[in-house]
Design a protein. Structure first.
Length: 169
């Protein structure tokens, strides 16, 4: 275990790609994500500076209780409306928003934790490491990009203890 790199003086910011986790948990385990446990693991008794949760709002708005639950955990929610295109395609991509926030907040922290298995974050991880930051990635190993796991200073596989990180429906 690479816990030697974690010490309580480290300042941490956490970036949670809620859609990525939601879909992985649903598709792999037919369950919901326990964001409280994920945040606890991400912070690991260090100094949490900021935690962001990137979420998508649908027209029906059934996700409102979920957004409120994140806020109660101390996670700042960034909300984007689901875009529906002619022909039925739907898109709600937070990748650029996460990258911009991570780069913008990185000067004030020692560790950046990206909670997503999305391979689009490989360049971000490489950039932050070049800036002297420790970058940890938390995701479900089975649906995470192999290259993302490799470039991170540490990869935490939520799938290794699903009972801890998942809520049964």
């Amino acid at each position: 275990m690479m816990d030697t790199m974690k010490h309580k003086e480290q300042r941490v910011s956490v970036f949670i790609d809620a859609q990525n986790l939601y879909h992985s948990a649903k598709n792999l385990y037919r369950a919901r994500v326990n964001f409280r446990e994920i945040l606890k693991t991400a912070v690991s008794q260090r100094k949490l500076i900021r935690a962001f949760g990137y979420v998508v709002r649908t027209k029906a708005g059934e996700e409102k209780p979920f957004f409120e639950a994140l806020t109660k955990l101390g996670i700042e929610t960034r909300i984007r409306d689901l875009q529906e295109f002619f022909g039925g395609a739907k898109k709600a991509d937070w990748d650029v928003g996460i990258v911009v926030d991570a780069i913008r907040t990185s000067p004030s922290v020692d560790v950046i934790v990206i909670v997503s298995g999305d391979g689009d974050f490989i360049a971000l991880v490489e950039y932050l490491k070049n800036q002297g930051k420790r970058v940890e990635v938390i995701a479900f190993g089975r649906s995470a990009s192999g290259q993302l796991k490799e470039v991170a200073d540490e990869f935490i596989d939520l799938g290794k203890s699903p009972e801890k990180y998942l809520l049964k429906k």
